[in-house]
Design a protein around this ligand. Structure first.
Ligand code: AMP
Length: 478
């Protein structure tokens, strides 16, 4: 199949050629005919599959006829970065048409967005909060809407946007085409999709499995040696653009600073940066001014840089979905990529969860050039499941012995002589107040609050930025 089979307008075909797309990706092959025919679509597609063009091309086709300068396609995305990304694709693919696209999201001034809406734009790519603001102030008129797209619905749900989406739905015409994309289908997303879609056709591509073109492995490493491992890795490996993920904004900022000190061309991308700084970081990375981008999960949504050769999970992602999204930043559109995860002892369970997702073992690696000291990455962190299995086995054999009439051996140590062992009490301090003990809790973690690699309490994982970034122009011809 090739793009000629979709009978797209000649101006759109020129856009496809200018973008360098030669053959449609599997999701494009499936979705474009269905969307063109006017059906609602439930798209279960992983990131990096060409999903954006799969919905944009038929939308552009539809907009080539009918009234101009009315909002006829509304695309809702969870993050500004993803909104920018979709807008850029609309501009690129529609560059030989008269169709306009604009973005609307918070963190930047409303003025240019209001001006863009007044001038008239066919495609609006918006984040839910700002869109509701603009609807509330009557700057957006959705009466002429033909197509509504909800992109990365599961991420919207994670970010708490579902009530906003339901509010937005009150303002769109009932008579419309709806395209609903999500990488996963938890219950509330399924409910939302059935409320929004009418007789949808389902398009499913490699559901939540990471792209097959990405080589994946994990590097066992003690927490305190992670930074040195990263520096050695970067010195020893031929890389193109490298995307490094950290758990918190604070860790992203610190790591970027340490890399810069070592003369790497690195920059952070995290939620405490203003929109302008974030945009500068992404554009700088895309254009090759920086080789290494250190990002947190939320900030990374929608980063589409074709030359990302390596994704490094400096910190383990908290869910397997986050893992999929992170590594989907490399190996995009059938290119190859490498995704490596640094894991310490506490991450062993997540390694198992990732292996369940992949349905195979994740390759364990050691970096030959790195001095691990006493630590042996080949044998470190025996799988907890194995430990559990071993425990279960020994319990079973004890039970079997009992069933066979063999008494459980008494505690023969002498000191305890048949008495039940008591849990040691928590020690009291001088005032008689019980102190929490520092033994690992049942989950293998400490009872004290978690600390980061530098031994500090994570300062920023949950704080929200209140900074007001500057304005930027947002309207462009698609
Ligand atoms: P997406 O999954 O929409 O984020 O797309 C991932 C990347 O694939 C983007 O860089 C697109 O520009 C690129 N892409 C989309 N469709 C094609 C295609 N048919 N051929 C080559 N690259 C594509």
């Amino acid at each position: 199949m090739n793009f000629n089979d979709f009978s797209l307008d000649e101006r759109i075909m020129r856009g496809v050629q200018a973008a360098g797309y030669e053959t449609p990706t599997p999701i494009q092959q499936q979705a474009i005919p269905i969307v063109t025919a006017g059906s609602d679509v439930l798209g279960l597609a992983q990131t990096g599959t060409g999903k954006t063009a799969a919905f944009l091309l038929p939308i552009l086709q539809r907009l080539t006829t009918g009234p101009l300068r009315k909002t006829r396609a509304l695309i809702i995305a969870p993050t500004r970065e993803l909104a920018e990304q979709i807008h850029e694709s609309a501009q690129q693919l529609g560059k030989f048409t008269k169709i306009r696209s604009m973005t609307a999201y918070g963190g930047v001034g409303k003025g240019p967005q209001i001006a863009g809406l007044k001038r008239g734009t066919e495609i609006v790519v918006a984040c839910p909060g700002r869109l509701l603001d603009l609807i509330g102030d009557r700057h957006v008129n959705l009466k002429n809407l033909d197509v509504l797209v909800l992109d990365e619905a599961d991420q919207m749900c994670d970010m708490g946007f579902l009530p906003d989406i339901r509010r937005i739905l009150r303002h769109v015409p009932a008579e419309r085409q709806t395209l609903f994309f999500s990488a996963t289908m938890p219950d509330d997303i399924r409910n939302l999709s059935s409320d929004m879609l009418t007789n949808p056709q389902t398009v499913q591509i490699g559901m939540i499995a990471p792209a097959e073109t990405v080589t994946q492995a994990w590097y066992p490493v003690p927490q305190k040696k992670k930074k040195d491992l990263l520096f050695t890795f970067l010195d020893a490996t031929a890389t193109g653009q490298v995307l490094v993920f950290t758990r918190t904004k604070y860790r992203a900022r610190n790591l970027a600073r340490d890399l810069e000190r070592r003369k790497f061309r690195a920059i952070a991308l995290q939620g405490n940066m203003s929109q302008n700084q974030r945009q500068k970081a992404i554009v700088g990375f895309k254009q090759g001014k920086f080789d290494i981008l250190i990002a947190t999960d939320i900030a990374s949504r929608g980063i589409d840089v074709s030359g990302v050769t390596h994704v490094i999970n400096f910190d383990m992602p908290s869910t397997v979905d986050a893992y999929t999204h992170r590594i989907g930043r490399t190996g995009r559109a059938e290119q190859t990529g490498e995704a490596y995860t640094f894991a310490n002892e506490e991450d062993a369970d997540m390694v198992r969860d990732i292996e369940k997702l992949l349905e195979r073992k994740l390759e364990r690696r050691r970096l030959a050039e790195f001095d691990y000291g006493d630590f042996d990455p080949d044998t470190a962190f025996p799988e907890r499941q194995q430990q559990q299995r071993r425990k279960a086995k020994s319990k079973n054999s004890r039970n079997a012995n009992q069933r066979n009439g063999q008494k459980r051996p008494h505690n023969s140590g002498g000191q305890n002589n048949g008495q039940r062992r008591r849990k040691p009490k928590a020690k009291a301090d001088a005032n008689g107040t019980a102190k929490p003990n520092n033994r690992p809790n049942r989950n293998g973690g400490s009872n004290n609050p978690p600390r980061n690699a530098d031994g500090n309490k994570p300062a920023d994982g949950t704080r929200r930025s209140r900074r007001k970034p500057g304005r930027r122009a947002i309207v462009g011809k698609a």
